[in-house]
Design a protein around this ligand. Structure first.
Ligand code: GLC
Length: 502
C-alpha cells in the first residue's frame, strides 16, 4: 500500500522530467499529462490556465533534486508495461549547469554592465526555428514582476548538496562555477542604503511570491542567505586567486548575521516580556528598543496565549518601528537545518510546533505562515488579493512541500519525540495527498480544504513527501548532511576548551 503511494509520487516526478538538447534538466512546477492538456480539473470541472506552472522553478526543483541525489540511480515503474532507469545525480548536474548558463547569459546582457545578476525564478524550453532555446524568467514575466532573490541562494545550497552527494570537487572548482558563486555573493555584499548584516529585499522575493507585507528584512531570505554563506564557505576554492577577498568577507558576514538574527529575531516569553517593558524614542548606542517599536503595534494578548513557556521562534521581519510577529515556516525550519539558531533555540522551535500543532500542522503539514492577516489589514497589506484571502494560499494556507523541511528539522534536533511525531503525521498526510492527487496547497484554519486554485500533480508536493520519508527513515541522518550545517560556533568553543586544558 505504502509502496504504491511512493511509486505513484515518484512516477509523477519522472514522467514530468524536461529535456533540453538531449539532456534531462529538471521538473516543471506541475505535471500535466498530455491527455489532460487543457488542465481541466475533472473533479471540479474548472479549466485552469497553465500560467507558468509548466516551467522549471529553481526553488521548486530543490526538493526534487535532493531526492534524486539521495536515490542516485534508480528504476521506476511508470505503468504496467513501462519501467525506466533514472540517473538522479546526473540530472542535478545538468540542472546546475543549465541554470549557471542562464546566469551567465543574463550577465552578458546586463545594460548597467555590473556583471552581477541573480538566478532566474524559473525557465522554460522554447522551440525557435526548430532549435531549442532556454527562456528564463528573472521576474520580467512573473505575476506582479516579483524579484526571485531566493533562487540564487537555493542554487548555492543545491550545488553544495550535489558536491556532498558525489564528491565531485572538479565541477565545484570549475572556474565558471566559482565565478557563479562569487558573483551572487558580491551582489549580496554590494553597498546599499542600509547598514544591517541582513539583506534588504522587496515584497514577494521568495517562496511567498506575492504581496504579503514581507518587504524589508524577511526571515526566509535572511536564513537562506546565512545557509548560502555557510555553503559558499565550503565550496570556494582556496587556490583560486579571484576568491582571495571574498573568503574572509563570507566568514565575517555569516558570524555577524547569525548574531543579529539570534538577538533581534528571537521571540519567546522572556523576549516578549522585554518588549512589553520597552521605552520608546531612545537615541544613541545605549538604546534598548533599537527599532523604536511601539507597544500598541504588538498583539500581546494573542502572543501571551500562543507562546508556550518552553517554546520560541524567529519572528518574520524587523525594521523601523516594525516587528512582524507572524510565524513563517521556511525561515524557522531552515534556521534549524542550517544551525542559524542555537541548539537550545532549535529545541524551542520544535516544542512550539508540537504544542501548537492544531494551528501549524492541523490536517496537512505545514502552514506557510501563521496567523493569517484579515479584514482591513488584508486589504491594505495584500492589495485586496483574493488568492491570498485569509487562511488561503500564502496567507495562512498549508503547503505539503514544507513537510521535508519539518522532517529535516526533526532529524537535525534528533530527539525521538520529534521524529516520531513528524513520521506519524506525514504518513497520514501521504494518503490524503494521493487521494487528492498531490495538490499544491490547502486552505482553511487547519488545512481541511484543497486550495481553490491549487494545481494537481505538483512536483514539489510529491518530492516534499518522498524526501520527508527519506529523512525520517533509519538512515535519515546520513541524508540530512546534504542540506544541514553544524553550529558554526562549535569549532571555536572546542578550540578554547582545548586551550584551557592544555
Ligand atoms: C507559486 C509559489 C511559488 C512557486 C510557484 C511554482 O507562485 O508561491 O513559491 O515557486 O508557485 O510552484
Amino acid at each position: 500500500m505504502q509502496e504504491a503511494l511512493e511509486t505513484e509520487a515518484l512516477s509523477i516526478l519522472v514522467k514530468s522530467l524536461i529535456t533540453y538538447k538531449g539532456r534531462i534538466v529538471g521538473t516543471p512546477a506541475a505535471y500535466y499529462p498530455e491527455s489532460n492538456n487543457d488542465i481541466t480539473d475533472k473533479n471540479k470541472k474548472v479549466t485552469k490556465d497553465k500560467l507558468n506552472y509548466d516551467q522549471v522553478f529553481i526553488r521548486d526543483f530543490v526538493p526534487v533534486a535532493l531526492l534524486f541525489l539521495i536515490k542516485g540511480e534508480f528504476d521506476v515503474k511508470l505503468d504496467e508495461k513501462k519501467e525506466v532507469h533514472v540517473k538522479g545525480k546526473e540530472i542535478v548536474k545538468n540542472f546546475l549547469e543549465v541554470t549557471l548558463e542562464l546566469h551567465q547569459q543574463e550577465r552578458a546582457k546586463s545594460f548597467l554592465n555590473t556583471g552581477r545578476v541573480l538566478m532566474p525564478a524559473s525557465f522554460k524550453i522554447k522551440k525557435v526555428g526548430g532549435k531549442e532555446k532556454l527562456e528564463p524568467d528573472f521576474g520580467q514575466h512573473a505575476i506582479a514582476r516579483v524579484t526571485p532573490v531566493d533562487s540564487s541562494l537555493w542554487w548555492i545550497l543545491l550545488l553544495r548538496a550535489y558536491w556532498k552527494a558525489t564528491g565531485n570537487t572538479n565541477l565545484v572548482h570549475r572556474i565558471d562555477f566559482q565565478e557563479g558563486i562569487r558573483l551572487i555573493l558580491e551582489l549580496c555584499f554590494s553597498d546599499r542604503f542600509d547598514r544591517e548584516p541582513t539583506l534588504l529585499v522587496p515584497d514577494g522575493a521568495c517562496m511567498i511570491d506575492r504581496r504579503m507585507g514581507i518587504y524589508g528584512y524577511p526571515l526566509e531570505i535572511q536564513v537562506l542567505f546565512y545557509a548560502a554563506l555557510r555553503a559558499a564557505d565550503e565550496l570556494m576554492d582556496r587556490k583560486n586567486h579571484s576568491n582571495k577577498d571574498i573568503i574572509p568577507a563570507i566568514k565575517e558576514r555569516l558570524v555577524e548575521l547569525a548574531n543579529h538574527m539570534r538577538d533581534e529575531y528571537w521571540m519567546d516569553m522572556e523576549a516578549l516580556n522585554k518588549t512589553y517593558q520597552y521605552n520608546v524614542e531612545e537615541y544613541g548606542e545605549t538604546a534598548i528598543n533599537k527599532y523604536n517599536i511601539y507597544a500598541s503595534s504588538i498583539p500581546y494578548a494573542n502572543l501571551d496565549d500562543w507562546l508556550p513557556e518552553d517554546g520560541g521562534y524567529l519572528i518574520g521581519n524587523i525594521g523601523p518601528s516594525q516587528m512582524d510577529f507572524r510565524f513563517f515556516a521556511v525561515g524557522n525550519l531552515m534556521s534549524i537545518i542550517s544551525s542559524l539558531v542555537t541548539n537550545k533555540q532549535a529545541i524551542e522551535i520544535m516544542n512550539l510546533i508540537e504544542e501548537r500543532r492544531k494551528e501549524l500542522i492541523g490536517q496537512m503539514p505545514f502552514k506557510i505562515c501563521y496567523a493569517a492577516i484579515e479584514d482591513q489589514e488584508w486589504k491594505i497589506v495584500t492589495g485586496c488579493d483574493p488568492k491570498n484571502s485569509p487562511w488561503s494560499y500564502h496567507n495562512g494556507g498549508s503547503w505539503p512541500v514544507l513537510m521535508w523541511m519539518w522532517a529535516a528539522a526533526a532529524r537535525k534536533v534528533g530527539e525521538e519525540e520529534y521524529i516520531n511525531f513528524a513520521s506519524a503525521v506525514i504518513e497520514t498526510a501521504g494518503k490524503r495527498l494521493q487521494k487528492d492527487r498531490w495538490p499544491e496547497y490547502y486552505d482553511g484554519h487547519t488545512g481541511h480544504l484543497i486550495g481553490r486554485e491549487a494545481r494537481r500533480n505538483q512536483t514539489w508536493t510529491c518530492a516534499g513527501y518522498l524526501l520527508a520519508k527519506e529523512l525520517l527513515s533509519e538512515v535519515g541522518a546520513k541524508h540530512l548532511k546534504l542540506i544541514s550545517f553544524e553550529d558554526y560556533s562549535e569549532p571555536k568553543a572546542k578550540q578554547s576548551k582545548q586551550k584551557q586544558s592544555a
